[in-house]
Design a binder for this molecule. Sequence first.
Ligand SMILES: Cc1ncc(COP(=O)(O)O)c(C=O)c1O
Length: 497
Amino acid sequence: MDKDPRELLDRTAAHAAEFLAGLATRPVSPGADLGRLRETLGRSLPEDGVDDVRVIDELVRDTADGLLGSAGGRFFGWVIGGGVPAALAADWLTATWDQNAAMYACGPAVAVIEEVTGEWLKELLGLPGEASFGFTTGAQAAHLTALAAARHKLLADRGWDVERRGLAGAPVVRVLTSGRQHASVERAVRLLGLGTDQLRSVGSGADGRIDLAALERELAATDAPTVVCLQAGEINTGLFDPFGEACALAAARGAWVHVDGAFGLWANVGARHRHLLDGVDRADSWTADGHKWLNVPFDSGFVFVRHPSAHRDALSTRASYLVHAADTASGTGVTPARDQLDWNPEWSRRARAVPVYAAVRALGRRGIAEMVDRCVDHARRLVAGIGELPGVEVLARPVINQGLVRFLAADGDHDAHTDRVIDRVQRDGVAWFGGTTWNGMRAMRISAVNWRTDAHAVDLAIGAVARSLTADPLTAVTDHANLGVHRRSAASRPGKP
Ligand SMILES: Cc1ncc(COP(=O)(O)O)c(C=O)c1O
């Protein structure tokens, strides 16, 4: 007989609440190193089961020092975001309900939630109402889906059925970019068999945005089927390509425009930054993430395609043991339910629209716009504050939530010094920034997308960078009581027993 799970779930909720409360004061970087984690977690395979409560208690205990504080407000590394409370709670329910969100028949309520949420997202993100959508694991799988639809349509327009005939002997599909595309675009090109040799950079202008004259020349050079990939929020600087102009050039040549808006598309929700996305609705496909700026827990990406038939023809599948809503509704006069497996590259899957539905309801359009604006303000203040410190050069002031700085060394080896300072900041533990290479220089990336970040977190982060400019974290200022954050002690420093 089933044991009442209430005690276990209550206990787990208490653990979760304690973790969340601790985000305000715990070090952002993990204290345990690889060796210690393997030692703690690497038990031999249990022959007999262990009591549930013990499993959970020990899971919490054994991971405590090995978690990155990226869910907290002092994390400014990769574009990660946290989970707003309603989304986190809805994510718990998603696991509890354990619906297979492959199709309506497997979970009617969650299929309708995805249908409703997809429509909301198009409205929020300023995308055409006729676009189809899919909920994917992230932007990576969203690119894959969008480019599969592009491949389908571009080749079908040339009389080639790629799903049946494959790519051998097919017209070669080119993919044009500014050269600043995210690596996930390249991987989608690889996985779809288009080949990275066909990924061509037309280059960018002095402003970092795609070079329109070069794009026009490339488009005119051949009639080959072509995808143009644009950025809504470049990974280092947050730059936006000129969508209206690029889409007009592409449309004149029958090219497909795909927009990587993993985080930047969220700037279209509020009035303050919408001008950066002028013309973005003229593209053919778009990618965005829920687990970035919407602050929904991980496993939350979105793809939108202007041409639903290309999207469905590239992705949908049929099996005799399934109950396909579109087939069963035919002839009934009722709009068929939406089967999720027609729009994404998965079969069985988590009902990942549920936390998105909850986040959008809890925040509303206004709340999302305010969250975006707030993060932009935090990013600007971080870059300005860090930029005022001695020996700091600002490489990119935020257009939205991303900025770049580097640290200048007396010996002229700025790259090594920049990496050294980033390492000190991470070991200091009060805040977390990561590194990147930008225009041939090592730089520190500053990214603000977490709903928990506030002015105090920004002050603490600027202070952490100031300390790390000159001093090793263990020999730095020792009076941290007024920081309100527990800095890492020597005993918990990574690499120390
Ligand atoms: C601009 C951009 N595109 C694509 C991706 C890949 O997204 P995901 O990790 O959701 O697959 C990211 C971030 O990881 C990104 O910042």
